[in-house]
Write a protein that binds this ligand. Structure first.
Ligand code: ATP
Ligand code: MN
Length: 484
């Protein structure tokens, strides 16, 4: 058996000393031909492996370079060095994989995030990305734990779908037909998708919600957690073409139940990461504080990262309706001084991210749940609110807006009444016949139900304090970029 090793994290956490151990990992630095800082990804902290002078031959020592992979066996002893309780006094050192120091792109110095994005295949081996992806893992695990504890069933909704109910323009097509112009055609010249792999036109999913609803009509409480794809040409720090989404869907929930769950959920998983990844978060907090030192005072965050997370976990989110939000925005000095790029034109307008951020960051200074949006600017499946004036028809929608990020959750109570849903679909030119399977839930035992979608990477951004969404997913996909 090869892998008889102790993880660096466990070595450093133990109070014991004076025992034999084997460590394996990648060399971060090698100082004075004696002190190896070794990291195996289990923690941001390195174990110091000491290669005592005279113990090892020069050929071996020359191969201990930044990036090389080594195996070291020796005694764990109390450390005299600063910042670590123990170190490993090596008896044997074996090079598992050499790394040419001249060519290894990750020199032991500070690199910009932009540069590291270009070498995303190696950036895992930096402190920052080590911390980010361990936190990402903790959040993913916390999410499953939360739903499991609540008795939700994890449903795997399809990645390839034929439903074009949501924003067809933003979907990636999936096809095996030739793209050189020889694809079979219909009489009218359009592509004949009957000849395609699935016998119809198919796309990558933009959301698992519709299938989630089908499952909720049997299991009561379900969630999906999977990749979604959007071919939107958004070159922002908040949009990816491939991102992961968590979508719970619950029978017997109204809008308020939905908001309660979303809030409890977000606070739970942040708490989970704080409890399980304190060191990584503290490292990231430090990184952010240093990054912000370069910014002018008014661009810096009011709270440090840990403070912000603590605040979110311990304070309830502000809840208000879209109508109330429009009033606040309209009355704001920001608007009166014409500081919004998109002026507040009144009830019915779609909120831009500058408006959302004003509410969250300037007005309330905490996460906000905005509800009851105008029906005209929201999706067809959202439940029409009762007792509205016709020109002020709203739906039971809710968006959760987070400081620094903007929209992190989008959700709603769903329209459970068949006639109203069909009418809405016709009004919005959604093919009712093709969606018959979806409407079956409303035909056979319909019930009030609700759900939401949380963008996983936006959550990871919020918790890690990383400014660009491309730095919280291992291999980001965005316009003109699908490397690795
Ligand atoms: P936005 O207005 O920010 O583009 P949206 O209204 O298109 O968001 P929804 O369709 O409601 O978003 O998707 C649900 C959630 O998925 C959003 O609240 C957000 O957290 C996340 N999300 C949406 N689009 C993206 C994207 N391109 N990249 C990463 N996350 C996204
Ligand atoms: Mn969008």
């Amino acid at each position: 058996m090869f892998n008889k090793r102790t993880r660096v994290k466990d070595l450093l956490a133990g109070d014991k000393a004076n025992y034999e151990a084997t460590v394996m990992g990648w060399v971060r630095t090698f100082r004075n031909n004696q002190f190896i800082a070794l990291n195996d990804g289990s923690t941001n902290n390195n174990i110091q492996v000491v290669a005592e002078l005279g113990m090892f031959n020069d050929d071996l020592l020359k191969r201990i370079t930044t990036g090389a992979c080594i195996k070291a066996t020796g005694d764990v002893i109390p450390s005299l060095g600063k910042g670590q309780k123990v170190e490993l006094k090596a008896r044997t050192i074996e090079i598992l994989g050499d790394s040419d120091a001249e060519k290894f792109p990750l020199q032991p110095k500070k690199h910009s995030l932009e540069f590291l994005r270009e070498i995303a295949h190696l950036r895992f081996r930096t402190n920052t990305f080590g911390a980010v992806f361990r936190v990402r893992h903790a959040l993913a695990f916390g999410i499953h734990k939360f739903f499991n504890e609540k008795g939700f069933v994890y449903m795997h909704t399809p990645i390839i779908t034929a439903s074009d109910a949501e924003g067809a323009g933003e979907m990636f097509r999936v096809t095996t037909l030739p793209i050189d112009g020889t694809a079979p055609r219909n009489d009218d010249g359009s592509i004949n998708f009957k000849e395609d792999f699935f016998g119809r036109s198919t796309n990558l999913t933009v959301s698992g919600q519709l299938e989630g609803e089908l499952a909720a009509m049997a299991f009561s409480d379900v969630y999906t957690f999977g990749p979604t794809f959007r071919a939107e040409n958004s070159n922002t720090t908040r949009h990816l073409a491939e991102f992961w989404m968590i979508e719970p869907e619950m029978a017997f929930y109204d809008l308020e139940d939905n908001a309660n769950l979303a809030e409890e959920f977000i606070r739970y998983i942040i708490r989970y990461a704080m409890d399980n990844n304190k060191e990584d978060l503290e490292f990231l907090a430090q990184r952010l504080a240093e990054e912000e030192k370069a910014l002018p005072q008014d661009k810096r965050s009011e709270m440090g990262l840990m403070e912000k997370l603590e605040f979110v976990v311990n304070n309830s989110f502000e809840r208000l309706t879209y109508t109330e939000a429009i009033e606040i925005l309209n009355e704001s000095n920001h608007n009166k001084k014409k500081k919004f790029q998109y002026p507040i034109t009144g009830w019915g307008m779609d909120l831009q991210s500058e408006h959302e951020r004003y509410l969250v960051e300037k007005h309330f200074k905490k996460p906000v749940i905005l509800t009851n949006y105008p029906a005209a600017i929201k999706a067809f499946y959202m439940r029409l609110d009762d007792n509205c004036a016709p020109e002020r028809q709203t739906v039971s929608a809710m968006d959760i807006l987070a400081p620094g990020i903007g929209e992190i959750v989008g959700g709603s109570q769903r329209e459970e009444r068949l006639e109203k849903l069909e009418q809405k679909m016709r009004d919005m030119h959604i093919p009712v016949e093709e969606m018959s399977w979806y409407l079956d839930t409303r035909r056979f035992g319909s019930c009030p139900h609700a759900g939401f979608g949380l963008g996983f990477e936006r959550l990871v951004q919020f918790v890690t304090g990383m400014g660009n969404i491309r730095d919280v997913i291992p291999f980001p996909r965005y316009p003109k970029s699908a490397e690795f």
